[in-house]
Write a new protein. Structure first.
Length: 292
DNA sequence: CTGCAGGCCGGCG
DNA sequence: CGCCGGCCTGCA
């Protein structure tokens, strides 16, 4: 992989095991919008970015080396050897082998843990279009302005910016019953009671217990925060979709969510989170479980 | 118009 | 413990 500046754009050549369409459409993030078949625009880590992929070439529009190395390389997880992960997961597992072939460009984004926490609180009993709308509204109303390529975008608001709001002020984002959870989470982080960015240095069980103290965060939401925001790759978040997908491919009958989680973590070990992403993308794109 | 969406919480047996 | 109804809102 080599990188060059071309005018205002940055171009990465020789990209392997990464496709933006796989990565942005496998359910882990909510702030990227598809512009056309090979381009997306989004906001992450306080920066806006338009990105285009043509085969093994990635174009970062209006970006410099500093932003690439400080922000995007880590966020997009571009320095990890996904080829190795895919080989290990594909061994002796024909379902995963197919999933990996199908969604071979998936990366697990290293998202901001705080944004991740609020995003997955919002995801509870909700659908993706509305989740995206609520998070966009949160940023537009309470986040900072970002000027980029002649347009204005908005960063995800800081904990302090949300913690000082009343329920009434927050109601503009139309989050419904989740509004009180958002405020509680913001207050916990803003006050220092929850050191969200320090959780990655704790053992998994300790970190998870801390998250579960926040109202609105249960087992599934906690696993999402740990996996997508805190790089705890042994997590295997199971929502209703993953439950159906695992039942369809591995059990051929119904299982409790807790049993699906323990089975998967036992089977996939430290690569559980990666396995979950490949299976989720494969199952959903093949419409597994869309009607029972 | 009823039903329901990428869960969580609280009450009950 | 496990099970189940209710929850905001928007959209089919």
């Amino acid at each position: 992989m080599n990188i060059e500046q071309s005018g205002k754009n940055l171009i990465l050549h020789g990209v392997k095991d990464f496709y933006i369409s796989h990565t942005f459409d496998c359910g882990q993030c909510f702030r990227w919008d598809r512009l056309d078949s090979c381009s997306y625009i989004g906001v992450a880590m306080g920066k806006a970015l338009k990105i285009r992929q043509i085969d093994d070439k990635l174009i970062f529009f209006d970006t410099n080396f500093n932003d690439y190395y400080d922000v995007w390389e880590k966020y997009l997880d571009l320095s990890r050897d996904y080829g190795k992960i895919k080989r290990v997961l594909s061994t002796n597992d024909s379902i995963l082998a197919k999933s990996v072939r199908f969604g071979g460009g998936i990366h697990i984004l290293r998202q901001d843990a705080w944004e991740c926490m609020i995003s997955f609180i919002v995801s509870s009993s909700n659908n993706i279009p509305r989740i995206k709308k609520i998070i966009a509204s949160l940023a537009e109303n309470f986040g900072g302005k970002i000027e980029y390529m002649g347009n204005v975008y908005h960063s995800f608001p800081a904990p302090q910016a949300l913690a000082k709001l009343s329920l009434d002020e927050l109601s503009v984002i139309r989050a419904g019953f989740r509004d009180k959870y958002i405020l509680a989470a913001a207050k916990a982080v803003a006050s220092g009671r929850l050191d969200i960015y320090g959780l990655d240095s704790l053992p998994l069980d300790k970190a998870k217990a801390k998250l579960l103290e926040i109202p609105g965060i249960g087992n599934k939401v906690a696993d999402c925060i740990l996996l997508y925001g805190l790089a705890k790759y042994e997590c295997f978040p199971v929502d209703v979709w993953m439950k159906r997908i695992m039942e369809y491919y591995y059990f051929q009958s119904e299982r409790k969510i807790s049993d699906v989680v323990s089975f998967s973590r036992e089977k996939f070990g430290s690569l559980s989170g990666f396995a979950q992403q490949y299976l989720f993308f494969y199952g959903r794109e093949n419409k597994i479980g869309t009607s029972g």
